[in-house]
Design a protein around this ligand. Structure first.
Ligand code: CU
Length: 478
């Protein structure tokens, strides 16, 4: 396994020889230039898109659902005829889906059956600090760890993934990610598609070399194989009716611009839950770790219609094949979904600057990811926040053109107030825990820090950036 130090050294050597533009394309700091459609090694639409099985609780005592998940070495056939060694929750690529319920706690015991430390973070979860998967709070090989998720938040789509110090990027890339859906009893009256018609889709990219071996850290632009639920360019048979798709971008470093070849994407929710009203979107922007809850209505398409979900850089990602008619579809998308919670008045303002420090490059030193001019230090608390306070954070990226970031705060769901002084984009709408910034952008977000105290992270969710130091800690105090 490549250590952070080795990666940084490799980056510096490459950069020294080829200059900064090359360095910027390495994933240490990436210039993501959508210049060509990518060539993918496996023929498209050979396999159906799998839907990860929903994990069964081992017990449901006292109103708590108890789950057990081992982390295992596994493999999957991504390229035809080749088993690629991977990591998997419960040995599955991607991991099993957990369906929790608002107000009903989840207890998750995770056993580390591999030979390096791991841990689990529930992304977007309002979680006590000791269950938040702090990078230094790890599960050693052979050990187990109990995580408690109170699920005291409205219905939404979260995901769980490794957050271990220095190896998070590699572990997530190798497969340690799964969907975590919170179902909310008070949203059931809305009549949105459910059951078999409520389908999580985890999107990501992956790179193979000419021999079909997995490449972990190279140029992020070479991660040209795009996976939907672990399969490259699958088809998904659908009935001619409405479906709810919960799109989760689990890629380490990629921003999708998703669109359909026919029909409409109706966005109903985002990172933290439902939008106030459905929105028709022509192009859906989804950066690393963001989620979008969408409804697609296939009812007007005849059986035999094929509709592609694609991205201008990645090409076709997935094809929906309308294979059957249905007699009834009682699901609906009401004009009003769910009001956003009121925003209390903010009493504290803070600035958060995301940047790379290239100053050591000429002498062959590492490029450091920094927040407010400092790389991550586990012994340093960057912000101390009084529990219950509402704050406005002005997040700025001051990196050169081409370098992008995606800013994530643990514990809270925030609201984007404005972007570059202008109204937020559609991709900023609703309750958010992750927000995308291109070079030079400034985004103001507002959050209320409840209900737990303790140490939480905020960081760039391009995971290689976080690994290079673009993380910081806030301590929520009583
Ligand atoms: Cu970043």
């Amino acid at each position: 396994m490549l250590t952070r130090r080795a990666l940084l050294a490799a980056g510096a050597v490459t950069a020294g020889v080829l200059g900064m533009p090359q360095l910027l394309s390495r994933g240490v700091a990436d210039a993501y230039v959508p210049t060509r459609r990518t060539v993918q090694p496996t023929a498209p639409f050979l396999r159906p898109m799998p839907v990860a099985p929903v994990l069964e609780p081992v017990s449901t005592r006292d109103g708590t659902d108890v789950y057990r998940i081992p982390i295992r070495n596994t493999s999957a056939e991504i390229l035809q005829g080749i088993q690629t060694p991977l990591l998997g929750f419960a040995g599955q690529f991607a991991g099993p889906t957990i369906r929790a319920r608002t107000g009903r706690p989840t207890q998750l015991t995770v056993t580390n059956e591999i030979d390096v430390p791991v841990n689990v973070h529930l992304h977007g979860g309002r979680t006590p600090a000791d269950s938040d998967g702090h990078p230094m709070d790890v599960i050693l090989p052979g050990k187990s760890r109990l995580y408690t998720y109170p699920n005291q938040q409205q219905g939404t789509t979260l995901w769980y993934h490794d957050h271990n110090m220095d190896t998070e990027a590699e572990h997530v890339y190798r497969g340690l990610a799964g969907a975590y859906i919170i179902e909310d009893p008070c949203e059931e009256y809305l009549g949105l598609p459910r059951g078999d018609y409520d389908v999580p889709i985890m999107l990501r990219d992956i790179q193979f070399d000419a021999n079909g071996d997995l490449v972990v850290f190279d140029d992020v632009r070479k991660r040209t194989t795009i996976l939907a639920n672990g399969v490259s360019r699958p088809y998904f048979p659908v009935a001619a009716r409405k479906y709810r798709f919960r799109l989760i971008n689990t890629a380490n470093d990629r921003t999708f611009q998703l669109s359909l070849s026919a029909g409409q994407l109706t966005q109903i929710g985002t990172d933290g839950g439902l939008l106030p009203a459905p929105v028709q979107v022509r192009t859906l922007e989804l950066s690393s770790a963001e989620r979008a809850d969408v409804v697609i209505d296939f009812s007007r398409f005849p059986v035999g219609t094929k509709i592609e979900l694609s991205d201008p850089v990645a090409g076709t990602i997935l094809r929906f094949d309308v294979t059957r008619r249905v007699l009834f579809d009682f699901s609906r998308v009401p004009d009003k979904l769910r009001e956003l919670p009121p925003m209390p008045r903010a009493t504290v303002e803070r600035d958060v600057n995301l940047s790379f420090d290239f100053s050591q490059l000429p002498s062959g030193g590492p490029v450091l990811g920094e927040i407010n001019g400092k790389p991550y230090d586990d012994n340093r608390i960057d912000f101390t926040i009084k529990r219950g306070t509402t704050e406005i954070w002005t997040i700025t990226s001051t990196d050169p053109p081409g370098v992008r970031h995606t800013f994530h705060m643990h514990l809270v769901q925030f609201r984007v107030l404005d972007r570059n002084g202008k109204p937020p984009l559609q991709s900023d709408a609703g309750l958010k825990d992750t927000v995308y910034l291109t070079a030079g952008e400034t985004v103001r977000v507002q959050a209320t820090f409840v209900p737990y105290t303790g140490r939480y992270l905020y960081h760039c969710h391009f995971l290689e950036h976080a690994m290079d130091g673009m993380m910081a800690q806030m301590n929520i105090v009583p």
